[in-house]
Design a protein around this ligand. Sequence first.
Ligand code: ADP
Length: 324
Amino acid sequence: IKRIGVLTSGGDAPGMNAAIRAVVRTAIYHHIEVTGIYRGYEGLIENDLFVMDSRSVSSILTQGGTILKSARCPEFRTKEGRATAYKNLKDANIDALVTIGGDGTFTGAEVFSDEYDIPVMCIPGTIDNDLFGTDYTIGYDTANNTVIEAIDKIRDTAASHSRLFFVEVMGRDSGCIALNAGVAAGAEAILMPEKDTAIDELIQMLEEGMDKNKSSMIVIVAEGEKNGGAYHVAKRVKEKFDFFDTKVSILGHLQRGGSPSSFDRILATRMGYHAVKELLKGNSKSTIGFKGNQIVTTPLHVALHSDVFKLDEELLEISKVMSI
Ligand code: ADP
């Protein structure tokens, strides 16, 4: 391998920059050149590439977002799109790829690598922590901290006015942020995509809280939760439980930004370093993961075709005990 191409794709996550920096510096340390690819697969198809050196990634370690930018690219799902992408790679003398993103990004990498036999290594970057082969994805820890900080602030005002708040957090398919932020911020109830919670059951929990003289109550609702999101849940609860002034707060995209936490910076740095080392060892078509405090790799065909189920049932039970 003489030149590695690096891209970020799909939803952005804090710590992606730290991963880019680690890829670039590890490659250069090993005398391998690096080309940055803007806007994920879109930039590859549109030939939006630039040569990177170790100074190209100065001072990005602490920055949220991704300096390479990200995009969703329907064209890469077509054979013609990928043919153009391959031609551009060849013209730029790129002979291996590191892709940072979620499972869509990994699927694209797998399809591309199957078609053109180009070595690829994938790094999990998403706040949802919903990828197979790693205990943690880059960005998840930062997003959790952001959510907790926001809920703490909501709690202050909720307690002053004896209010019931429904706080919607990100997680279309994963309740990871909802559950962990719920425990860390002391939420009264947590609604997640993985668990059906009937409105009546939720009302019962709230009634119990009221009987125990709680001065405020916070219900965390993951956006992919089955009752249809925080507004919908709040409306249905209010129809039967109208003892509290009820408010809804959708945290939205602020959860995707911000300076990465120490954990995410270190995780991203380790993953970026190992992605390059694995390519140098001749490994390909794999994802980098962090399991049991160690960096591991998982073949893409395993990672992409295994069920990811990260809901920690015990933590959910603990959250219920803590909310009495
Ligand atoms: P994420 O990586 O966060 O899951 P997406 O699902 O949007 O985000 O995937 C990112 C990009 O990966 C897509 O916009 C597309 O370009 C590419 N991709 C996803 N699935 C495929 C596929 N089956 N074949 C080729 N490319 C794909």
